[in-house]
Design a protein around this ligand. Structure first.
Ligand code: ADP
Length: 524
């Protein structure tokens, strides 16, 4: 796998920065467009209401008497006339405004008068007179149906575009003639439509939209720049942390990424990194210590063997002397092969897993056999070894591994118990499962070391500065813990310094659910 370089990291963070900015800009754009749309909608409604107000005023004026429709007996026709005070500037302006665009038809849609027929015609919505009579008739009917004396009456409002493209707002309704034609049963209704050009308002809307069209993109660009800047600021510490992390290598694992003391997610990440580096550092330290120990352990017996053989070769004269030299050399060779076995097991474990060979195993016979085997070393150490096994204690387990486990515990117990001490191994069924106890009256383990004794390569430091001669490689208990774990069991340790140690192992009768023994992981 390729380790990302500094340039890749910069590119990555730029990618993240870009994505942050893009989502910010997108959100900003949607927000701005939504606000602009809403505002335009409200403005349009307000403007339309304003036009309608003007039209309502005009309508009130014509109903109030500006427009009178009367039957003329001479011509036998209805006439529409305008009445207002020409000298009153307000009235005159209003009347002229009304007359810019209007149309009066009878109830059948025949035009009686419209602005195009007026002499001083002002150009307006000349499509108005072309309203189809059918529509007019329908509207008149509707207005008549809804008619109630004294009420404003039904108003029709539409917005239409003239052929010139100019928008107009139309308000139409009915007005009754002032008098009746001879024989008529009631005053005849007339259809009156008033129009007001909407173009000023449309222009306001249009200008408003133009403002938006120019403001929104600039606001967006500004917002995006701001977003880009802020995302850059937010990501800067990430880049710094990455650079600091890159400086840490196998040779300077004591270096740490400085915490920013901000208590944020980044500090949490830094803390996680720091913990990881601490674990790595501990592993590296253990490994280095292990290599040093191994080479030391290998060198000592080799030097001793060499010395003994040289002495024998050059100075030994009697068979007794030769025998002694060979005996001493053999003892050292024993230690060497023990060491090599441990290393072999370790390398085997490093390269993979040890497959468990499960079978029904009578723990009593295993315990008794091993106790017997260990009588000789126990006696040599002046330690009294006793075994106490219940008759029936069968579990499903791997014989070799269980023997290795007991061997490690027994040899530790004998090793760390001074002359005259006691070592006891016992196995009993407990609730159908097996409980194995190895206890001694030896030197015990100080409480502060108890949590670590199952770690690989961990050895309780001796009282002096040099490692005590009986110290092994610190592998034994780590193997024990892993074997127990592989058999789905549990291990507990009680120890009182100076008084002794007790290991209690609980093995389920049908344990060994796992097929393999994990020897690789650091903690059991
Ligand atoms: P080693 O190969 O050094 O014995 P272990 O993993 O078996 O390594 O044990 C780890 C350490 O725990 C030993 O260095 C020893 O100090 C301590 N220890 C283990 N068993 C006992 C015991 N029965 N009594 C006192 N100390 C013990």
């Amino acid at each position: 796998m390729r380790v990302p370089g500094r340039r890749d990291l910069r590119r990555l963070s730029r990618g993240l920065r870009f994505r942050l900015t893009a989502s910010y800009a997108l959100f900003f754009a949607v927000l701005l467009i939504a606000i602009a749309g809403l505002f335009r909608e409200r403005l349009a409604t307000a403007l339309e209401n304003q036009v309608d107000d003007t039209l309502n005023d005009e309508w009130a004026a014509i109903k109030g008497g500006f427009l009178r429709i009367t039957w003329d007996n001479d011509t036998h026709k209805y006439w529409a006339d305008w009445y207002y005070d020409v000298d009153d500037p307000d009235e005159k302006t209003l009347a002229l405004d009304i007359q810019k665009v209007y149309m009066i038809t009878d109830q059948y849609g025949h035009v009686i008068q419209d602005f195009t027929t007026k002499e001083d015609q002002i150009r307006g919505f000349d499509d108005l007179p072309n309203t189809p009579p059918a529509i007019i008739q329908a509207r008149v009917r509707e207005a008549l149906d809804a008619y109630k004396p004294g009420l404003p009456g039904k108003a029709f409002r539409v917005t239409r575009r003239a052929s010139t493209g100019e928008p107009f707002r139309i308000r139409a309704g009915i007005i009754f003639a002032q008098n009746r034609a001879p024989g008529a049963v009631r005053n005849e209704p007339f259809y009156v439509a008033l129009g007001v050009s909407y173009s000023n308002y449309a222009k306001i809307l249009h200008d408003n939209s133009l403002v938006y069209l120019s403001v929104v993109p600039s606001a967006l660009i500004l917002g995006s720049l701001l977003g880009w800047f802020m995302a850059g600021r937010a990501l800067n510490p990430v880049r710094e942390v990455a650079q600091a992390a890159q400086r840490i290598s196998g040779s300077n694992l004591s270096m740490r990424i400085p915490s920013r003391q901000a208590g944020d997610e980044l500090d949490y990440l830094i803390l996680t990194f720091t913990r990881m580096i601490e674990r790595l550092e501990a592993s590296f330290r253990q490994m280095r210590q292990f290599s040093a120990d191994v080479s030391h352990e290998l060198r000592t017996p080799i030097t001793a063997i060499r010395g003994q053989l040289e002495v024998a070769l050059f100075t030994a004269k009697t068979t007794e002397q030769y025998r002694e030299a060979i005996f001493n050399a053999l003892t050292d060779i024993d230690r060497l092969s023990q060491l090599v076995r441990a290393l072999l097991l370790l390398s085997q474990a490093e390269s993979g897993q040890v497959v468990l060979q499960k079978s029904r195993l009578d723990l009593r016979s295993v315990v008794e056999d091993l106790a017997e085997q260990y009588q000789i070393p126990a006696e040599a150490a002046g330690v009294h070894l006793t075994a106490d096994a219940a008759p029936e204690c069968v579990v499903e387990a791997d014989r070799v591994q269980i023997e290795r486990m007991i061997t490690n515990l027994l040899s530790n117990a004998i090793k760390f118990t001074p002359e005259g001490g006691q070592v006891r191994i016992a196995v009993h069924p407990v609730n159908g499962d097996a409980e194995l106890v190895v206890e001694d009256s030896g030197r015990g383990i100080p409480t502060e070391h108890l949590p670590h004794i199952f770690d690989r390569f961990y050895r309780v430091p001796g009282s002096g500065t040099a490692p005590a001669p009986e110290q092994g490689l610190g592998l034994g208990l780590s193997f024990v813990a892993r074997i127990v774990k592989a058999h789905k069991g549990s291990i507990d340790v009680d120890s009182v310094p100076g008084r002794g140690t007790r290991f209690i192992i609980h093995l389920p009768a049908a344990g060994a659910a796992s097929d393999t023994l994990e020897l690789i992981r650091q903690s059991a």
